[in-house]
Design a protein around this ligand. Structure first.
Ligand code: IDP
Ligand code: MG
Length: 159
């Protein structure tokens, strides 16, 4: 039941200096960081990561948004981590994201606004949607040697 998920703190999160606050939420929940690095995504890599969206109308704005500055990429590990992290992240549209979620607490914009501005909706964070995506995304972003197994103090109490 221990899962790994790819989490990206998108350029808006990095530029708004919320990296620490967001990582703290995952640390407090006892999720373990098993990989982490800063990456400036180019257009080709964006098309690989967002392959399912490339043909959609909002893709050009999404590509500009994800390539406009570096992201912090992480692999987080924990019990049923994929769905737990998605719950902590909240709904895709910040306007709809519940208070207490990362997107609901740190943003408020709507799809309508993002589409009018022709930008991807700035919602701070990406997290793998399901086990199949997590496996693909972790392999796309991280080499095996960039990931680490170690014990945290949480392991004793949470697992
Ligand atoms: P997710 O990030 O919650 O998994 P997806 O539907 O996979 O959401 O969309 C990927 C990203 O594309 C979103 O996080 C958001 O930044 C952007 N996006 C999705 N739908 C729209 C839209 O309708 N307008 C503008 N940007 C969008
Ligand atoms: Mg998605």
């Amino acid at each position: 039941m221990i899962e790994r998920s790819l989490v990206l703190l998108k350029p808006d999160a990095v530029q708004r200096c919320f990296v620490g606050e967001i990582i703290t939420r995952f640390e407090r929940a006892g999720l373990k960081m098993v990989g982490m690095k800063m990456v400036w995504v180019d257009k080709d890599f964006s098309k690989e990561h967002y392959a399912e969206h490339v043909e959609k109308g909002f893709y050009p704005g999404l590509e500009s948004m994800i390539t406009e500055g570096p992201v912090v990429a992480m692999v987080l590990e924990g019990v049923e981590a994929i769905s737990t992290i998605r719950k902590m992240v909240g709904a895709t549209e910040p306007k709809a994201a519940a208070p207490g979620t990362i997107r609901g607490d740190f943003a408020h914009v709507s799809y309508g606004y993002a589409d009018q501005q022709k930008i991807g909706v700035k919602n701070l964070i990406h997290a793998s949607a399901n086990a199949e995506d997590a496996e693909k995304e972790v392999a796309l972003w991280f080499d095996a040697k960039e990931m680490h197994s170690y014990k945290t103090v949480h392991d004793m109490h949470i697992l």
